[in-house]
Design a protein around this ligand. Structure first.
Ligand SMILES: [Zn+2]
Length: 287
């Protein structure tokens, strides 16, 4: 479906590998911002008759010193019925095929990390076996999840339960592959969980540094790169929007200071670029 897109920072190799795309109400993605402001930027032709926009499902494979880290795992192939058709319409479930097209089997993945546990970020964490039981998709991997996010996901409320599906993470605890961590944590050499709360209270981006170069997988700190250009443009999905605002300022400062490669989960594939700033105006430039 998509060939992988390959990048590197120093010694670290990064491949963007897609699970496909889905569609969300564009007004919800753009939050408080009026349609008259965002529509000319996104392009009216990119909004469908149901007022939805496409969102990519860009996952990354990160390689360094023999470790093979998969960050975020798309929607997977377990959703059915109204959840698949109405809540999360789209064409997805392609991650394993796209990994195979790049010569990677599930057994090759040594570490999996989720930015958070919403359904579009951890669906391929698990897969249903021939016996009908859910099991880890990546049998040799340690799965890193932030402890606070795991707590929120396993105790959802009326607002969050539509996207926290126990089948995506509880089998990992049962199989002994789950490692709950708190705050900044090294996932593989040179690759860190980097706390960027707001979308959820324990949401993390992923920071990769080697030989003075930096890449950041932003997670849902932004849902579209235009939100990296404008601090106040925050999706309606965020649980703590004012905390997102502070995290976005932190991201912009680091992205500009380090000239970091930014990888945006939900931009069109591959969603990779850098932030530039001129006369106080930030611009995301695709690479
Ligand atoms: Zn998302």
């Amino acid at each position: 479906m998509h060939p992988a897109a390959h990048y590197s920072v120093g010694e670290i190799e990064i491949s963007v590998v897609s699970d496909g795309y889905f569609k969300l109400d564009a007004g919800a993605v753009m939050g408080l911002v009026p349609r008259v402001l965002w529509e000319p930027i996104l392009g009216a032709e990119n909004i469908d008759a149901e007022h939805r926009m496409k969102l990519g499902l860009n996952c990354i494979v990160v390689r360094n010193m023999g470790e093979v880290l998969l960050v975020d795992t798309g929607f997977g192939n377990k959703l059915t019925g109204a959840i698949r058709e109405k809540a999360f319409p789209g064409d997805y479930g392609h991650l394993l095929d796209n990994l195979a097209a790049n010569g990677l089997t599930p057994e090759d993945i040594t570490v999996v990390a989720n930015t958070h546990l919403h359904a579009d970020h951890c669906g391929w964490n698990t897969v249903r076996g021939a016996d009908g039981k859910l099991r880890a998709t990546f049998p040799n991997a340690r799965y890193y999840i932030q402890a606070g996010e795991y707590e929120a996901a396993t105790h959802p409320n009326e607002r969050t339960r539509g996207t926290y599906f126990a089948g995506n993470f509880e089998p990992l605890a049962a199989s002994g592959q789950l490692e709950l961590v708190t705050g900044e944590t090294e996932l593989i050499p040179g690759v860190m969980y980097w706390p960027t709360p707001g979308h959820t209270a324990d949401h993390d981006s992923i920071a990769m540094t080697s030989r003075g170069e930096t890449a950041i997988y932003v997670g849902d700190l932004v849902h579209h790169a235009v939100q990296a250009e404008r601090d106040a443009w925050i999706a309606a999905f965020d649980i703590l929007p004012l905390v997102s605002l502070e995290s976005k300022k932190k991201l912009a400062a680091r992205a500009l200071q380090d000239n970091a490669l930014l990888i945006c989960v939900h931009n069109a594939f591959p969603g990779v670029g850098r932030l530039t700033e001129r006369e106080g105006k930030r611009k995301f430039v695709d690479e």
